[in-house]
Design a protein around this ligand. Structure first.
Ligand SMILES: Cc1cc2nc3c(=O)[nH]c(=O)nc-3n(C[C@H](O)[C@H](O)[C@H](O)COP(=O)(O)O)c2cc1C
Length: 169
């Protein structure tokens, strides 16, 4: 069975992204990492932060074949907390190259959440290009939203289709 991990990067643990992730959990088996539970500081060129939670998290992540990022749309891009994680991937190209190499051929997918269906494909570009740079296999993305705090049927269908098409083959 494919080992999957979902990296959750919203600024609130009980918000819209969390509701979408809960729905996804009904049809997909994955372990979850909530970046809010970890102490991961901004990228530091002199790596004084090498003892925070980033490297241990990466050592855990490389045990998984599929990595799913779940983020709200904040100012047209991924959440700040997830961007800090992505900046820190630079550690895997410098002081932890062996870890970086282990990311190769792992599958990446992205789930975004906002308040409507207006998401453009440009949103996913940083993920697509980062996957390419890291030698990862980008398997797709899905945009979701809530209406009156509920997941509309169209979004549920989209998630179900995405799971079937991309995540469980
Ligand atoms: C700081 C911030 C910035 C946002 N920027 C955008 C945006 O650029 N585009 C958009 O469609 N929605 C934007 N939103 C709305 C969120 O994407 C939307 O409410 C999302 O469902 C929030 O998910 P969360 O509850 O997990 O934070 C923003 C919300 C916040 C709090």
């Amino acid at each position: 069975m494919t080992k999957r991990i979902l990296i959750f990067g919203s600024s609130r643990n009980d918000g819209n992204t969390s509701k979408i992730v809960d729905y996804l959990k009904q049809s997909l088996d994955f372990d979850l990492i909530n970046l809010n539970d970890l102490n991961i500081s901004h990228f530091d060129y002199s790596h004084k932060n090498r003892d925070d939670d980033f490297i241990p998290l990466m050592k855990k992540i490389i045990d998984y074949q599929q990595i799913i990022f779940a983020t709200p749309v904040y100012w047209y891009t991924m959440s700040g907390i997830l961007k800090v994680f992505f900046d820190r991937l630079t550690d895997c190209l410098t002081i932890e190259k062996e870890l970086g190499r282990k990311l190769r051929d792992k599958q990446m997918s992205v789930l975004s959440t906002s308040n409507d269906d207006s998401q453009t494909e440009e949103f996913f570009l940083p993920f697509i290009l980062s996957a390419e740079y890291l030698g990862m296999d980008y398997i797709g993305n899905i945009h979701t939203w809530l209406e009156n705090e509920k997941i509309p049927d169209i979004v549920k269908n989209r998630i179900n289709h995405f799971v079937k098409l991309h995540l469980t083959n």
